[in-house]
Design a protein around this ligand. Sequence first.
Ligand code: NAD
Length: 321
Amino acid sequence: MWIVPEREIADLLTRDASFDAVEKVFAAMAAGDAYNFPVIREAIGHEDALYGFKGGFDGVGGTLGLKAGGYWPHNLEKRNLINHQSTVFLFDPDTGKVAAMVGGNYLTALRTAAASSVSIKHLARTDAKVMGMVGAGHQATFQLRAALEQREFEKVIGWNYHPEMLPNIEKVANEAGVPFEAVELEGLGEADVVISITSTFAPTIMADHISAGTHIACMGTDTKGKQEVEAALLARATVFTDEVAQSISIGEAQHAIEAGLIQEADVHQIGAVINATHKGRTSDDEITLFDGTGVGLQDLAVSAAIVRMAIEQGVAIEVDF
Ligand code: NAD
């Protein structure tokens, strides 16, 4: 089997490779060629940790495996380790033999950023000029960096619950040569594309904060109870997601479904747009909303690409196992 340690991933994995892997696997999911297994997530009663598995099988990409890991809230302060910890295991789908073990921390950030970028590529207006950010934490910087590659953005506007964190995203905008302006939530109406990536359990983005024609990627809600946007916004928007089952149970759509504002049939797979079996955006006035919940197949697809690159570049460790 091959081992690709966490320390090698940042040098190996490019945003382009991550984007391609995620776009392909979303397409395979919508075509019925790839599927995710039910997610396991447990509070283990030790170190306040949440631990779980996300797995799946892509019959066309030939990827089988799982990402194991979770969130240890005291890592940073007690051990100077990052709080999110995960590892991906790939198996040979022909034999069941373990094929690779890949550090999953950095790749999680890039694969999550790739998901919102795929949605921007396929759903945002082509003339989008103003990029809006809600959130300025660890993931937000990756999200913004990738999003700025999707359109000719001329300005980034941003709001964060903790305003002292806004320089994190201002730095990314400026590095990409785009000016940044901090705004109130009401100011988001200027944005053509919005990404929300926060850990809130109460909606901060209200339906009337978002203008007609905007594409919004809601990336923070990946657990029951979390909510970034008012449910009424989903009723106003055409809603897309990575996986419908996750969107309606642990994603942003859980609340609009619960309130009876939309039905499961109103939530569409982004892969169908990629495969051109769903028309996607149909007018310049339409609000499109991508509910990115994060699926195991994203991790597996990106890991398989990493293993290929690591072998090519001679940094994968071979173990007789
Ligand atoms: P982080 O802790 O670095 O940042 C958290 C962000 O949420 C900050 O911007 C913070 O200001 C904001 N926030 C905190 N409390 C808030 C509140 N009450 N109201 C509004 N905003 C608040 O976390 P991160 O690593 O950037 O992750 C952000 C979110 O993305 C988390 O909820 C995480 O679970 C989720 N996530 C989703 C995926 C996916 O695939 N969809 C993948 C990874 C992480």
